[in-house]
Design a protein around this ligand. Structure first.
Ligand code: 13P
Length: 334
């Protein structure tokens, strides 16, 4: 492992005013997104859609540091034969790859999941590096509900995240470590805080056991927010204050950056929360975005699968990327 080079990539992923585009929806997930806009999901339509995003010159060169790709996309070519990876590089952004293989039921833990994909990961990472990937992503999913999460689920997922991160660094790839505590339940923000704190503490403990170099990774957490079905919805200031406090208590300052997932927040909420956190200031790490839905819902609607709407789709994407870039500097105005 060359830690100086890993650190350089990690720093570039959270460069001032830039964040990450999470375009790594699995074929199942992108089908759901396309169904919502009445577009048939097939390799060509998925390629056309992602090509539209990666050819958004302003967004990609000014506001996006890197793109997380799905396995299908990293091997695809644009309509003119240019590999999609090259389009991303030409725009000055870094290609990344989702390497987990989704979730399975965790034995003895009803309703809980374990993320899989460690087998043969070393070989897959080697191929992705050759194709141009310089960072990767692995997402663990922790749900909040009556009696969950269990210690077993939190610990087992943290262990898998750490094993993945160590394998990435051995392959000279920066791991994005993503332990996502879902916001689907009816819990309040304090319950989200408590569970996320436990998950992050366990994750960093396991990263230590696996000897992962914190200078060569990026953390991708959820924010401390109220569950979607909670009657008590925390406002922007409370989310920002509690999330910053939570992260300061759990994330060592050796980690170069924290790039949040949007997790089902509206586009505006995701931007407002990031902005409010950066306005607090005095933080030991960069705080930026690694949004999927909060960057893509608007361009998906504007595009709706029609080539005549490509410019409108790119404009919508550029707008959201610019708003989140401003938020990453605490300079966004609603
Ligand atoms: P969302 O921002 O839509 O939550 O997606 C980010 C992501 O990469 C989830 O794994």
């Amino acid at each position: 492992m060359n830690l100086a080079d890993l650190n350089k990539v990690a720093q570039a992923m959270v460069a001032p005013g830039k964040g990450i585009l999470a375009a790594d929806e699995s074929s199942g997930t992108i089908k759901k997104r396309f169904d919502a806009i009445g577009v048939d999901s097939n390799p060509d339509s998925r390629r056309d859609y992602r090509e539209m995003l990666f050819r958004s010159k302003d967004a990609m060169s000014k506001y996006i540091s890197g793109v997380i790709l799905y396995d299908e996309t990293i091997w695809q070519e644009a309509k003119d034969g240019t590999p999609l990876v090259k389009l991303i590089e030409q725009a000055g952004a870094i290609p990344g790859i989702k390497v987990d293989e989704g979730t399975q039921a965790l034995p003895n833990c009803p309703g809980e999941l374990i993320t899989v994909g460690l087998d043969k990961l070393a070989e897959r990472l080697k191929k992705y590096y050759e194709r141009g990937a310089r960072f990767a992503k692995w997402r663990a999913v922790i749900d909040i509900g009556p009696g969950i999460p269990s210690y077993t689920a939190v610990r087992t997922n943290a262990h898998a995240l750490a094993r993945y991160a160590a394998l990435c660094q051995a392959a000279q790839i920066v791991p994005i470590v993503e332990p996502e505590v879902l916001m689907d339940g009816d819990h309040d923000i304090d319950r989200c805080y408590e569970v996320t704190e436990f998950v992050l503490k366990e994750t960093f403990q396991e990263l230590y056991y696996q000897k992962v170099a914190l200078e060569g990774m990026i953390l991708k957490p959820n924010m401390a927010v109220s569950g979607k079905k909670s009657a008590k919805q925390a406002g922007v200031e409370e989310v920002a204050e509690k999330t910053v406090r939570l992260l300061k208590n759990c994330v060592p300052s050796a980690v170069p950056g924290i790039a949040f997932l949007s997790g089902g927040q509206s586009d505006e909420e995701a931007t407002a929360h990031l902005d409010a956190m950066n306005r607090i200031g005095g933080l030991p790490w960069k705080l930026t975005f690694s949004y999927g839905r909060a960057l893509q819902s608007a361009p998906q609607k504007a595009w709706s699968g029609r080539s005549k709407n490509i410019a409108a789709g790119q404009q919508a994407f550029t707008h959201r990327a610019r708003m989140n870039s401003l938020a990453s500097k605490g300079e966004w105005k609603s």
